[in-house]
Design a protein around this ligand. Structure first.
Ligand code: ADP
Length: 283
């Protein structure tokens, strides 16, 4: 069972369609995002950034702190809608719709574009219930126990928790908790996963496990990930987007400097800014 975009295309279109204007997207892309201007209130946080997210690949977002990596990532499934001052000028195209079109329900969007956060955040309930949570929310009618097992296996956690499914998710180690959150995110088969520094709270061994898992998952998912760890980007990301910041309108405004295959960005960057950043000239 996979979560390919083709498999869910008709479902998503049916769910969001009412009155949506069909938008054209290159067939190789899972998400086509363009940020002309992104504001928090009057503050211009990100400008002029076009991010084509390729299907079946891992795209890494790198750059100095405050350049808008998380902000842009969270815009890809309307997670920023929770912030009243947030405003996007631009678009995020997904399966032929602009997810910011007026009648598109962000809750539906987040069912198709899942998210894993920086700090593992299991709910205060059993391991089983954590993974079953989204299935129950979506009133899944099939075999919930089977889906929970499948998600835990795909998240490489099953063997470690199969005898303690009733234990609290909070009783697991940090690395296990993050894999539990990944299992929870993939249980409902979203074809795209957003990961915001998923390893920053983990030790090197747990980090390595999550990285291996991401590489396995990309066979069925498209992944976009923020990382502050350059080695991690080179280990797992197929494509890398490098962001930087400049001073405009009295604040620090982030923008995409360049994006390309990870090897090209790290070995032959086109822009001086990228070269400088990779040499550690600013962080
Ligand atoms: P990065 O992930 O690259 O470190 P962020 O996306 O977290 O950057 O932040 C980009 C800019 O937007 C920063 O200047 C940050 O202070 C600002 N910012 C982030 N979240 C909010 C928010 N909820 N309200 C106001 N400003 C925010």
């Amino acid at each position: 069972m996979t979560a390919t975009l083709e498999a869910v295309d008709a479902d998503f279109t049916a769910e969001v369609q009412a009155g949506t204007i069909e938008v054209a997207m290159p067939p190789t892309l899972a998400i086509d995002c363009r940020v002309d201007r992104l504001y928090y209130g009057d503050f211009l946080a990100v400008r002029d950034s076009h991010l084509p997210i390729e299907k079946g690949k891992i795209t890494g977002f790198i750059g100095p702190s405050g350049c808008g990596k998380s902000t842009v990532l969270r815009s890809l499934n309307r997670m920023n809608d929770m912030i009243p001052s947030f405003r996007l000028e631009g678009y995020v195209h997904f399966l032929g719709s602009d997810i910011y079109a007026r009648h598109v329900d962000p809750v539906v969007v987040r069912r198709y574009i899942g998210m894993v956060f920086q700090q593992p955040n299991p709910f205060s309930m059993s391991v089983f219930d954590n993974v079953a949570f989204g299935l129950r929310l979506n009133r899944y009618k099939g075999d919930i126990a089977g889906k929970v097992e499948q998600a835990l296996r795909r998240a490489a956690l099953w063997d470690e928790v199969k005898n303690k499914l009733k234990a609290s998710g909070l009783s697991l180690s940090g690395g296990q908790q993050q894999r539990l959150c990944i299992a929870r995110a993939i249980a409902t088969d979203p074809p795209v996963l957003l990961m915001d520094e998923p390893c920053s709270a983990l030790d090197p061994i747990a980090t390595r496990r999550i990285e291996e898992l991401m590489v396995e998952l990309k066979a069925s998912y498209t992944i976009a990930m923020v990382t502050h760890n350059m080695q991690q980007a080179t280990r797992v990301a197929d494509n890398t987007a490098f962001f930087s910041v400049d001073i405009s309108q009295g604040g620090r405004t982030g923008y995409l400097v360049e994006m390309g295959e990870t090897q090209q960005i790290f070995e032959a960057p086109r822009e001086q800014l990228t070269k400088g950043y990779l040499r550690g000239e600013f962080s």
